[in-house]
Design a protein around this ligand. Structure first.
Ligand SMILES: Nc1ncnc2c1ncn2[C@@H]1O[C@H](COP(=O)(O)OP(=O)(O)OP(=O)(O)O)[C@@H](O)[C@H]1O
Ligand code: SF4
Ligand SMILES: [Mg+2]
Length: 359
């Protein structure tokens, strides 16, 4: 008798990820106990203010932080294999077909002295048995798919001959070239105009449908999150302060920080009053320095609704809000889920981005 298929194995399972960096100002606790998983074909959006640890958390997964500066602990199982204890040689094999990454800064990802074609073709051939001509055809097709004009001509150009947006598209093509099991996109489309952004988002959705690729999409654009994400993870001070399905988090934000983030969104439909467009709501204050995190709740110094005696002294754990009896429960790390008037609790649901998928 054939056993009934169980729930799909996650592509990535991160458990209690912590990153401490050595800095001139002392140890910086940049990522503090992050746990999440990414299922096959699933898109997990990671959001949070600048400096909340989004990039460091994914660089740590792929062993891309310098060992003399960074101490990384926890577990990160990519298709069952722990990335954090993997030998460097195995990690190099895994980057590409296992995990592809689009970095925030395109200039650091391309080799300035090699043509675009050589960089793409070498990446394709390193993980397949394609001959050079076939790999070159595949490379040109990929450049066309990411919307680069004259893809065949672009193969013979050097990175400095391309615009920033074009370079970013080359990096996206490289990351997609081996149809990775996991794609990490760190502000991948921020520098691109909306039509190209929509094209890239569609391309990633196609990859997910065809190969079951799990995606971690780091972005500041909550419109994109609403359009493409299945799940959202809100980071603050190196911690996850809220996570859940995209509907739970964007329509019923529970953590005061998430409410603040959503309240800070511009509302293009809001009419001007006497010719004056109302100011945006902001989250007052600045994020904590990772060298000097608050003792209690990490959001305490800025929280508009702090009221519980524990706020100042104890970090609240992630706790399920509502039903725990669902595959993806909605969780928040706060002692207080009651919102004060004016705290942004009536956050408007975010309109899906024009380029968003159908999820
Ligand atoms: N090499 C480094 N040495 C020391 N501190 C670092 C280093 N890289 C990052 N940091 C610090 O780690 C923290 C998290 O940085 P990170 O780049 O992960 O933020 P982020 O959430 O990706 O922000 P952004 O939205 O601006 O990209 C910041 O306080 C940053 O100053
Ligand atoms: S625990 Fe307290 S300080 Fe922290 S977010 Fe909740 S109410 Fe605010
Ligand atoms: Mg970043």
């Amino acid at each position: 008798m054939t056993a009934a298929p169980g729930p799909a194995q996650p592509v990535l399972e991160v458990e209690d990820l912590r990153v401490r960096l050595r800095t001139p100002r002392g140890p910086a606790d940049v990522v503090n106990g992050l746990s999440y998983s990414v299922g096959p074909g699933e898109t997990v959006a990671v959001v949070g203010e600048s400096g909340s640890g989004k990039s460091v958390s994914v660089l740590a997964l792929l062993g891309l932080l310098p060992a003399r500066v960074a101490t990384v602990t926890g577990r990160a199982l990519l298709q069952g294999e722990d990335l954090l204890t993997m030998k460097p040689e195995r990690l190099r094999q895994v980057r590409g077909p296992g995990a592809g990454m689009v970095f925030q800064d395109p200039m650091t990802s391309l080799n300035p002295v090699l043509t675009v074609g050589r960089q793409l073709v070498e990446g394709i051939r390193a993980h397949s048995d394609m001959d050079k001509a076939a790999a070159r055809r595949r490379a040109a097709a990929l450049l066309g798919e990411v919307g680069l004009p004259d893809p065949v001509g672009a193969l013979d150009r050097y990175p400095h001959e391309l615009s920033g947006g074009m370079r970013q598209r080359v990096i996206i093509a490289i990351a997609l070239s081996n149809s990775p099991a996991l794609l990490i996109a760190d502000e991948a489309t921020t520098a691109l105009d909306v039509t190209v952004q929509a094209q890239i988002i569609d391309l990633v959705a196609k990859l997910q449908a065809e190969h079951g690729t799990g995606v971690i999409w780091i972005t500041h654009d909550l419109g994109v999150v609403a359009g493409i994400a299945d799940r959202v993870l809100v980071m603050y001070g190196g911690r996850c302060v809220e996570d859940g399905t995209v509907d739970d988090v964007l329509e019923n934000p529970s953590h005061p920080y998430t409410r603040g983030l959503l309240g800070a969104l511009p509302d293009l439909a809001q009419p001007a009053v006497d010719g004056v467009v109302p100011d945006l709501v902001t989250v007052p204050g600045v994020p904590p320095a990772p060298t000097d995190l608050p003792e209690g709740c990490v959001f305490w110094p800025r929280c508009p609704v702090r009221g519980d005696a524990r706020c100042e002294t104890e970090q609240p754990p992630l706790t399920v809000i509502g039903s725990a009896d669902v595959a993806l429960p909605h969780r928040a790390a706060t002692w207080c889920t009651e919102a004060a008037p004016g705290s942004g609790s009536t956050a408007t649901p975010v309109a899906p981005h024009a380029g968003g998928g159908s999820r």
